[in-house]
Write a protein that binds this ligand. Structure first.
Ligand SMILES: [Zn+2]
Length: 425
């Protein structure tokens, strides 16, 4: 199976290099925006990369000093963004014309050469070589795991300018051999499970959480303001309510876009081909403390993830939510007393973890099981966890040489966990 990772690397850039990068990024953004403008003409938006290439390539070459492949990459970026907007329209969502302002440029192997300790990048004035600022080799970092690892190949990168520093986000991939027959088949899927909730708006099976505190705070503030305006009862107050409502809605949507981007990043970085959510129907009744606002937020979040995932070639699915919060993701024992608020402790096997993390794992597992017994359209592989993977039979496979992240729930080695790890070896 193919595993993809993105590794951010800081670049050692002097002021001349920085000036060239800035001009290159400026022209790259200009090119991408130029292609969007072109695609946007007329009633039907142009989304075909071949057509956009034909219609804009010469103009962009004439008006910029960009390398031919940077011109193509800018065109791809523009075409992807326009396709994303059209995909949203098809779902009845509002989406405006894309505009690029974040200082980034996209490189592939035709306009960059990736070496172990430095990179050669095309700029508006020829190529320059820039060294990586790498952490100590002996430490376990993404760099030692993926960059110094011959199994991983660098396929491309994005140049980023952030807080006065230049970074390269290196895209790497590896063909990973797998022992189990399910993993050896081609139609594999690696799933990211996502649990939605009130305390944590979203939690993934890789152990990343997005707290609901900010959302609750804004919602309460908004309801108070609305209530006090309603007491006035004047026309002016009514208009004010509408203005406040629009502002709040915009603020909520921005936050949900941020969470959706985080979920997509989590899936892409962990090589997931599917993101599984619980079914949204009836979610308000299932979650205690959930309001109309939560239901609205979950629906938006799901839509945002769905259309963003499309651009990454990731499928988004919903699964039956029954018992996902009461079931032990380790042994399968299901009981309401397994869960106490945010704490999950299995009464049967003793598995303990954050309740939302346990639920996210169950959601991923349910997707795998459903597809195993379903129409056979793709053999299941596993749910991506914070550390390693769990397959459809509950077998746990720890990641090779990966010490996991800190600060989020892990697959803690309970006595049973340890036993299944041994079995996986
Ligand atoms: Zn259990």
């Amino acid at each position: 199976m193919e595993v993809r990772r993105t590794v951010p690397v800081k670049l050692d850039v002097d002021s001349d290099d920085a000036a060239l990068f800035r001009e290159t990024v400026d022209e790259f953004l200009w090119a991408a925006n130029y292609v969007v403008d072109h695609a946007w003409q007329g009633e039907y938006k142009t989304t075909s990369k071949a057509q956009l290439q034909e219609e804009t390539y010469d103009d962009v070459r004439d008006q910029t000093r960009l390398h031919a492949n940077l011109v193509q990459n800018a065109r791809n970026k523009a075409a992807d963004a326009v396709q994303g907007v059209v995909a949203r329209w098809k779902q009845g969502e509002y989406a405006g014309k894309p505009h690029f302002s974040q200082p980034t440029a996209v490189y592939d192997k035709r306009c960059a050469t990736f070496h172990d300790e430095y990179v050669s990048l095309a700029t508006v004035d020829g190529r320059i070589e820039v060294e990586y600022v790498l952490p100590d080799e002996d430490r376990d970092t993404p760099h030692s795991r993926y960059l110094d690892n011959d199994d991983y190949e660098v396929t491309g990168a994005e140049l980023h300018h952030k807080d006065g520093e230049w970074f390269l986000h290196l895209r790497t991939k590896a063909e990973v051999e797998s022992d189990t027959p399910e993993q050896a088949t081609t139609g594999h899927s690696t799933v990211l499970g996502v649990d939605l909730g009130v305390n944590q708006l979203a939690a993934t099976s890789t152990g990343t959480f997005w707290s609901g505190n900010e959302f609750d705070h804004w919602r309460r503030e908004y309801e108070q303001r609305r209530a006090s305006l309603q007491q006035c009862g004047s026309r002016h107050a009514h208009e004010n309510i509408q203005a406040v409502g629009r502002k709040e809605t915009g603020r909520f949507k921005l936050m949900l876009h941020r969470i959706a981007n985080g979920i997509i990043e989590e899936a892409a970085e962990n090589g997931c081909t599917v993101i599984a959510f619980e079914e949204l129907t009836g979610i308000r009744d299932r979650l205690s403390g959930a309001s109309w606002g939560h239901k609205w937020a979950f629906e938006r979040l799901y839509e945002y993830v769905e259309y963003k995932a499309e651009l990454h070639g990731i499928d988004v699915e919903q699964v039956d939510p029954e018992n996902t919060s009461r079931r032990c993701s380790h042994c399968g024992y299901t009981h309401p007393d397994n869960r106490d608020g945010e704490a999950f402790a299995c009464l049967k096997c003793g598995y303990e973890n954050h309740a939302d993390y346990n639920a996210a794992k169950n959601i991923g597992l349910r997707y795998l099981r459903r597809n195993q017994t379903g129409d056979g359209g793709g053999a299941p592989v596993g749910v991506r966890l914070n550390r390693g993977m769990v397959n459809v039979n509950g077998g746990y496979e720890p990641p090779a040489g990966d010490s996991g992240q800190s600060g989020s729930p892990r697959e803690s080695p309970t006595r049973n966990e340890a036993r299944s790890s041994d079995r996986a070896k």
